[in-house]
Ligand binder design. Structure first.
Ligand code: GLY
Length: 369
C-alpha cells in the first residue's frame, strides 16, 4: 500500500510541473482551478488568507524532488505576499497560514536570511492582534473587535516559531494565552468545536457563539473540526503541554466518528441528509492531524483514520487530468457562500493532501514548526 502513496505523490509532482507554469504566466497566486485555468481569490486577491498555500505546496514538492522549478515558483508568489505587508489590508490572524508556509518554509529549507526576517515580521503582525483580555483577534471590521475563531489554532505555530528563533518568550506566551482561551471556550463536551466565539474586547468575557462557515449555529463545520484537531496537535508539538494533546485527542475522536463510509468528508457533520455537500479540504487537514497524532502517541487507530481519509480522496476525488489544473475535487469554502467555491478544486485542499502524502512517503519537511 505504501507504493500507492508514493505513486500518488509522484503523479502530483508531475501534474504540478505541467500546470504550475500556467499560474506563473498569468502572474497570480492561484486560489482554485476551473475550466483548465488557475483563478485568483475572488475576494482580496493576493492578500486573501489562502495565499501561503500555493508557495507551501511548491515547497513541499521541492523538499521531496529537489527541483529548482518548484523553488522558483514558490519564491515568485512569496514576493507577491511580501508586497502585502505594505498594502496592509486583510493581514489578519491568518498571517500564520500566509507566511509560515511561504517565507518560513523557504528559511527552513534553504536557510535564506531575508525569508527568516519576513517570517518574523509576520509574527510581529500577529502579536499586534493580541488582546490582553485573553485572545488573538481574528478579523478586522468595527463589529468584530471581540471575534476569535478556531482556525487560529493553526496560526499559533508562527508565534511558537518566532520565540524559538529569537529566544524571546513573548510570542509563545501570547500563543499559550490564546490556546488556553480556546481550550476553555471552543471545545464542546462531545469533542466538537465552535467556529467563532465573540468576547467582550474590554473584559475578555464570553459574549456569544456565531455560526460561521458551517451549516448553522451550534453545528459542526467539518473544516473547523479539522483546524481544531491539527491546531491543538501542533500546539502540543510546540510546547509538550499535555492539555493540548488531550484536547487534540478529544477532537480527533469526534472527527473519526464522522468519517463517511467512502472516506470523504461532509461540509458539516450536522448538515441535513437531503443535500450532498462535501468539503474534502477538511478530510485532508484531518489526515495530517491524525498522522501527527499517531507519531506522538503510537496509537495505530490514528493512522487507520488518516488512511481512510487519504484513500477516500485518492479513490474518489482526485482529478489527474489537465482539464483541472489542481488535484483535489469537491472542496467547499463555506456551507452557505458559493462565491469562494463549492464542490470545486481549491488550492489549500491540494496543499493538505500533498502534505498528508508527504508524511506517508517520509518526505514531509514539517513546515509548521
Ligand atoms: N480560515 C478560514 C477557512 O478555513 O475557511
Amino acid at each position: 500500500m505504501q507504493n500507492r502513496y508514493n505513486e500518488a505523490f509522484r503523479k502530483a509532482a508531475e501534474k504540478y510541473r505541467r500546470t504550475a507554469p500556467l499560474a506563473a504566466e498569468t502572474g497570480i497566486i492561484p486560489y482554485k482551478s476551473e475550466n483548465g485555468q488557475w483563478i485568483p481569490s475572488p475576494y482580496a486577491g493576493n492578500g486573501w488568507w489562502t495565499g501561503g498555500f500555493w508557495p507551501g505546496l511548491m515547497w513541499q514538492l521541492y523538499a521531496a524532488e529537489k527541483d529548482g522549478f518548484f523553488m522558483d515558483e514558490a519564491r515568485r508568489t512569496q514576493a507577491l505576499l511580501i508586497d502585502q505587508f505594505r498594502v496592509f489590508r486583510e493581514l489578519n490572524h491568518d498571517v500564520g497560514f500566509m507566511y509560515l508556509l511561504s517565507c518560513g518554509a523557504d528559511y527552513k529549507l534553504t536557510g535564506d536570511g531575508q525569508a527568516r526576517t519576513d517570517t518574523l515580521h509576520a509574527a510581529s503582525l500577529m502579536m499586534g492582534r493580541f488582546n490582553p483580555a485573553g485572545f488573538i483577534r481574528a478579523w478586522d471590521g468595527p463589529d468584530r473587535t471581540g471575534y476569535a475563531i478556531i482556525d487560529c489554532m493553526m496560526n499559533l505555530s508562527l508565534l511558537y516559531w518566532a520565540s524559538r528563533q529569537t529566544g524571546d518568550p513573548r510570542f509563545a506566551h501570547v500563543a499559550d494565552i490564546h490556546a488556553h482561551t480556546a481550550l476553555r471556550e471552543f471545545i464542546r463536551p462531545d469533542g466538537s468545536v465552535s467556529h467563532i466565539i465573540e468576547f467582550d474586547p474590554e473584559t475578555g468575557s464570553r459574549v456569544c457563539e456565531h455560526a460561521g462557515q458551517g451549516y448553522a449555529l451550534g453545528t459542526q463545520w467539518s473544516r473547523g473540526q479539522a483546524w481544531g484537531l491539527y491546531g491543538f496537535t501542533l500546539a502540543y508539538v510546540n510546547t509538550k503541554n499535555p492539555e493540548y494533546l488531550e484536547a487534540a485527542e478529544k477532537i480527533a475522536a469526534n472527527f473519526a466518528a464522522h468519517i463517511r463510509e467512502d472516506g470523504l468528508t461532509d461540509c458539516d457533520f450536522c448538515q441535513p441528509d437531503t443535500e450532498e455537500r462535501l468539503d474534502n479540504i477538511a478530510g485532508a487537514i484531518a489526515a495530517c492531524g491524525f498522522l501527527e497524532l499517531e507519531k506522538l502517541t503510537g496509537n495505530d487507530s490514528y493512522r487507520i483514520a488518516a488512511l481512510r481519509l487519504v484513500d477516500g480522496l485518492l479513490d474518489h476525488c482526485c482529478d489527474w487530468t489537465d482539464a483541472c489544473c489542481g488535484l483535489l475535487t469537491h472542496c467547499t469554502a463555506s456551507y452557505h457562500d458559493d462565491g469562494a467555491g463549492r464542490h470545486t478544486n481549491i488550492v489549500y485542499g491540494d496543499y493538505f493532501l500533498v502534505e498528508a502524502l508527504a508524511k506517508l512517503c517520509g518526505t514531509d519537511p514539517m513546515l509548521w514548526v
